[in-house]
Design a protein around this ligand. Structure first.
Ligand code: NAD
Length: 471
């Protein structure tokens, strides 16, 4: 039953009633009182967020269904549980992360106190994307709250049901003077970005990332940019093709390819391509049935505009598998394209849909050259059992993250920082990395008044006698 509007009224075009400057002012005033700083308060906020995810999971699932036709299992596995995991880990550990650190001392500082304090930045803006609207909005919120900041969250207007659920229900679980959800589209976001923030954390496209970075530069606001791009996958003949194909296609078609770290395109030789296609035909039927358009396990393409952009890529002479779509439901069946060249439109932009083009290369070296001729990707996938091939990719290419013989799960490995490089972004988060991202690392040196310290300091004072100069 997805007729849940009775539970929460959804306004698809909801925009925040308060002006951007009023919202920022409220948060700034509350932050200035110092109330977000005590660890007990932060713990309360983190537990509030946890309660929201636990108590409102049904509302969240219904909203995700409305926005993207996301299957309940994907809502739990890829959104709610991932944030809950981060929360559990953070609630357990953040008090240690928050303690002033004592770096190793050199001889000259032997009597000094040398510390690194982790200070909250202040009022931080978090902008989320629509493809995983819970994970990509609330994931960064975990680090920001743990670090003691006041937060303004701007979810994407393209997943309005989920944005509404957060805007309506989160204030019941979090301190509304230190946490606010701001709703709106491009116009409202443009206004919002004129405000002065102490930190901006943005998830979205490279193009909008540049707009955000420019707006931040006006106030010299530090930013983390979690962007996208074309994530390549190299496949060779040494792998177990049946297992590899399942891992590859799960990562590609999850949320209908609308995943920032989805493998964008596949690089392999022609003989490997033949083996892959043979397996892929079987795996797609196994995952989504004979007519995948009817499968409840495939998400919907987010908007008509995105749908039209994607179907243009399906040129029938290139279709090896799939290629059909349902316009009213905005579903595209899992598709594999062959005979694709670097100049084809599909190789010019991030696909962000369930279409996998295969570009043939003669070997790993040519694949590396191909990857290096493009912008640095958010993720690089290597499917090979050969250690020297794995090493060659790791040492000769640059990417935000790398995953060998698997897809996507580098993102869910708590102890790894998640973020891009070059045009796929800057900065990172998850677990302690998120806490550190939202903390200013303040250097603190404390001197004493002992005789030894005083004598050593006096040596630097004018007049600069020859004796002092020669010391
Ligand atoms: P987007 O850049 O269109 O939108 C992201 C946010 O920017 C939204 O909140 C939106 O309201 C706002 N926005 C859009 N246009 C704006 C403008 N002109 N001025 C100011 N704000 C504006 O991104 P999207 O379509 O939501 O997400 C898809 C992209 O995000 C893909 O490139 C994908 O790879 C990337 N992505 C990256 C990650 C990551 O973690 N690195 C995760 C998910 C998505």
């Amino acid at each position: 039953d997805h007729s849940w509007v009775s539970i929460i009224e959804i306004d698809e075009n909801a925009i925040s009633k308060k002006s951007a400057s009023d919202v920022v002012e409220t948060l700034r005033t509350a932050f200035a009182t110092g109330r977000t700083k005590p660890l007990k308060y932060r713990e309360g906020q983190l537990k509030g967020l946890r309660r929201f995810l636990e108590k409102c999971s049904e509302d969240i699932e219904k909203a995700l269904y409305k926005d993207l036709r996301k299957h309940k299992m994907e809502c739990t596995m890829c959104e709610i549980e991932l944030v809950l995991n981060d929360l559990r880990h953070t609630i357990y550990d953040f008090k240690n992360w928050a303690k002033p650190k004592k770096p190793e001392k050199r001889l000259v500082n032997i009597l000094d106190g040398v510390y690194i304090y982790k200070d909250p930045y202040g009022v931080v803006l978090i902008m989320g994307a629509w493809n995983y609207p819970i994970l990509l909005s609330l994931g960064p919120v975990v680090g920001a709250l743990a670090a003691g900041n006041a937060v303004i969250l701007k979810p994407s207007e393209l997943s309005p049901a989920t944005a509404n659920v957060m805007a309506k229900l989160l204030p019941k679980y979090l301190d509304p003077e230190c946490f606010q959800v701001y709703l709106g589209g491009i116009e409202e976001t443009t206004e919002l970005l004129k405000e002065r923030f102490d930190y901006i954390f943005f998830t979205g496209s490279t193009m909008v990332g540049k707009i955000v970075h420019q707006a931040a530069a006006k106030h010299l606001t530090p930013t983390t940019l979690e962007l996208g791009g074309k994530s390549p996958l190299y496949l060779d003949e040494t792998v177990n093709m049946s297992k590899a194909t399942r891992r590859i296609l799960w990562g590609k078609y999850l949320n209908s390819g609308q995943t920032c770290v989805a493998p964008d395109y596949l690089l392999c030789t022609k003989p490997v391509q033949e083996k892959f296609l043979q397996e892929a035909r079987k795996v797609i039927v196994e995952f989504y049935g004979q007519d995948p358009k009817k499968s409840p396990h495939l998400s919907r393409i987010v908007t008509e505009r995105h749908f039209r952009r994607l179907v243009k890529f399906i040129t029938f002479e290139n279709v090896a598998i799939g290629g059909s779509y349902d316009e009213t439901e905005r579903i595209i069946s899992p598709t594999v394209l062959i005979n694709v060249s670097a100049d084809d439109p599909i190789m010019k932009e991030e696909i962000f849909g369930p279409i996998l083009p295969i570009v043939n290369v003669k070997d790993a070296g040519e694949a590396i050259d191909f990857i290096n001729s493009k912008e640095k990707p958010l993720a690089l996938y290597i499917f090979s059992k050969k250690k020297d091939v794995q090493k060659m990719f790791l040492t000769k290419t640059s990417a935000g993250t790398v995953c060998v013989n698997e897809t996507i799960t580098q993102l869910t490995t708590e102890n790894l920082p998640f973020g891009g490089v070059g045009s796929s972004g800057m900065g990172n988060y998850h677990g302690k990395y998120g806490f550190d991202t939202f903390s200013h690392h303040k250097a603190v040196l404390v001197k004493d008044y002992s005789m030894f310290t005083d004598i050593s300091l006096s040596l630097r004072n004018p007049p600069y006698t020859p004796m002092k100069e020669n010391m």
